[in-house]
Design a protein around this ligand. Structure first.
Ligand code: ADP
Ligand code: MG
Length: 349
């Protein structure tokens, strides 16, 4: 559906240059929700802007539905872009236009008649749940409602792909969830391919099928979301997953925890923070109590949750373990042998 091949985006930087995106290869399948995650400055926005050629890549190709976007003429590019919808962190609505007229804008630009526009806008209002608010102005609706307008506007031209750049980053957690549910519904009902950029692992967990992790312009890890959550390979990915846990801990607890961990010397037998991940039947086995009994450890459970990722039960526990270095090592080896994925989080939380 979308092939990103060897894409590099180089910008002038003082007297030299900087590669905001470096040699990225990604293959996004039709109908999937593909997440791109990374810290601020990783190159995510720059990469997504190359997909619709808002940035022309310095090197590489963007192939959308078999068409190489980088070689299109200005006219053909304008046509091709109609098939790509985009939503943004700050919604980018026109404040002087009503909800209805914001959604109608791309259709007006495409030259549709008033009647044709109404035929498209009414069902879109219905889809995003804004029919009752269609005559309001952006200043008269909430952030979540503004993003619903943004989504409806992005869908007006029947795109094949929806690009979302931090679309929920300005929203509170509850509103974030409702917007992600709406995107999932659109993905399922319309079969729309979605490329979703975020710095929040929680967002990836809720909605994406596959994910790529970016750092310093490069893709450092990618795979099915469940696999990446279960066994992150890269330190940056571990840190992003650590954020999900840190986010859930009360601030005071997190600060005390950080202070305790700062006093732990590497390899010593004091405090260690672990994340245990379980899938399938591992979720309901008593592996932890067995490890505590066998290896004479103290476990303090800090955070736990069981989710479903792509229809599979997935449990995650953050535990502060205390014991001798040898017992800790043996206990972790024991747990790994039972199929538990064990990550030490001392340095990432
Ligand atoms: N037009 C530009 N000119 C120079 N540097 C840029 C430009 N756009 C982005 N960058 C740089 O590229 C890097 C990646 O930026 P960006 O893609 O916005 O990251 P992200 O969206 O992951 O936070 C940053 O260091 C940023 O300063
Ligand atoms: Mg960005």
């Amino acid at each position: 559906m979308i092939e990103i091949q060897g894409v590099t985006q180089r910008f002038p930087n003082g007297s030299g240059t900087v590669d905001a995106v470096r040699n990225v290869d990604l293959s996004i399948r039709k109908g999937e929700v593909f997440g791109i995650i990374g810290r601020s400055g990783a190159g995510k926005s720059t990469l997504v802007r190359t997909i619709n050629l808002l940035n022309r890549p310095t090197e590489g190709k963007i192939i959308l539905d078999g068409k190489d976007m980088t070689t299109l003429s200005a006219d053909d590019l304008r046509d091709a872009r109609r098939h790509i919808g985009m939503i943004f962190q700050h919604f980018n609505l026109l404040s002087s236009r009503t909800v209805y007229d914001n959604i109608a804008l791309p259709l007006e630009l495409a030259g549709l008649s008033k009647a044709e526009i109404a035929k498209k806008v009414e069902p879109l209002l219905e889809l995003v749940g804004l029919t009752a608010l269609k005559d309001r102005y952006p200043a008269q609706i909430s952030g979540g409602q503004k993003q619903r307008v943004g989504i409806a506007r992005a869908l007006a031209n029947d795109p094949k792909v929806l690009l979302s750049d931090e679309a929920t980053s300005a929203l509170d957690p509850e509103t974030t969830r409702s917007i992600l549910e709406l995107l999932r519904k659109i993905n399922k009902e319309l079969g729309l391919t979605i490329v979703l950029i975020t710095h929040q692992m929680e967002v990836i967990k809720v909605i994406c099928d596959r994910v790529a992790v970016m750092e310093a312009g490069e893709v450092i890890e990618q795979g099915e979301v469940l696999d990446v959550f279960r066994e992150p390979k890269h330190e940056v990915t571990r840190a992003l997953i650590g954020d999900v846990i840190a986010h859930e801990l009360p601030k005071g607890v997190l600060e005390r925890l950080r202070a305790r961990l700062a006093n732990t010397e590497a390899g010593s037998g004091t405090d260690h923070l672990f994340r245990f991940a379980f899938t399938g039947s591992g979720v309901d086995q008593p592996h932890l109590s067995e490890a505590v009994r066998r290896f004479d450890l103290d476990f303090n459970i800090l955070h736990g949750q069981i989710d479903e990722i792509q229809g599979q039960a997935f449990g995650s526990l953050a535990i502060l373990a205390n014991g001798t270095a040898e017992n800790i090592t043996n206990a972790m080896n024991y747990l790994r042998a039972q199929g538990v994925v064990v990550e030490e989080l001392n340095h990432v939380i």
